[in-house]
Design a protein around this ligand. Structure first.
Ligand SMILES: [Fe+2]
Length: 267
């Protein structure tokens, strides 16, 4: 298939065609490759050993914004406490940029209903500028959860943000053997549905900021702002060399005014 229109219900097809992108499926997600020159993929998705008992549950929201801004949020340690109400306890290991991937491992303290303070590890892998995989290890309650934050550009300066969650429950081994697989999957899916609501509420606090923020080439950063500078330097590799500004800052800085409008829920 080459994307050309081959027939219509009304007569001879017009000379029309769709542009094609290469796709692949991984982790229960369909990924599309885009290159400004139409070049073939120059890197592959990583092999991830993700704890999951079922296909991801997901929801999507349309908003103004840019994938780079969504990824940058993960490196902005300074906003975690004031915006999300979660205590940042520090990095578990040094952040590591490796080609098209960027790993961060941090420890957070989150106050949970009925459970009180819950310290937990958060392992994040940024995959290009298109996806963030965050594994949340809630060992105290026997849950490991994979949270995906996926920003897909759908128009200039507009994105469709998919949030997707899949989980693994360690207490599935307590189910009767004959039911174990199905019961574990059902329990994990129920956990993921709850986690997805929590993720939507948590990241929903970022939505108005992503929707309205303006990109500054030279933001006034303090050392508490985390890795924003390092992230931007790394992110510049995903832009054509001719669009890069000074100090590795891509042309994304020269964005037009964002359109106004309410965030839209994609059904
Ligand atoms: Fe955030």
């Amino acid at each position: 298939m080459d994307g050309k229109c081959v027939r219509t219900p009304f007569g001879p097809p017009p000379r029309a065609s769709l542009s094609l992108v290469e796709i692949t499926e991984a982790y229960g997600i369909v990924w599309a490759w885009h290159h400004h020159n139409g070049d073939a993929p120059s890197w592959q998705l990583p092999d991830l050993d993700l704890p999951s008992d079922h296909a991801p549950v997901y929801r999507a929201t349309d908003m103004a914004g840019h994938p780079q801004e969504v990824c940058e949020n993960s490196f902005d340690y300074g906003h975690i406490q004031p915006l999300h109400g979660v205590e940042f306890l520090g990095e578990v290991s040094p952040p590591r940029a490796d080609g098209p991937f960027y790993d961060i491992n941090i420890k957070l303290n989150r106050r949970m209903p009925l459970l009180g303070n819950l310290q937990h590890l958060v392992s994040g892998k940024v995959i290009g500028l298109g996806g963030i995989c965050v594994v949340v290890d809630l060992a105290q309650v026997g849950v490991r959860s994979v949270n995906w934050v996926l920003a897909t550009p759908i128009a200039p300066w507009r994105i469709r943000l998919h949030l997707a969650v899949s989980s693994h429950v360690t207490w599935g081994r307590h189910f009767p053997a004959v039911l174990r697989s199905q019961a574990s999957s059902g329990a994990a899916r129920a956990v993921s549905s709850g986690m997805l609501v929590a993720l939507q509420q948590d990241i929903g606090r970022d939505f108005p900021i992503w929707h309205h923020k303006k990109h500054l080439v030279h933001p006034k950063l303090s050392h508490k702002d985390g890795l924003i500078g390092a992230f931007r330097k790394w992110a510049s590799k995903f832009y054509p060399p001719t669009s890069r500004g000074t100090a590795g800052t891509p042309l994304v800085a020269h964005r037009p005014s964002l359109p106004n409008g309410d965030l839209e829920r994609c059904k």
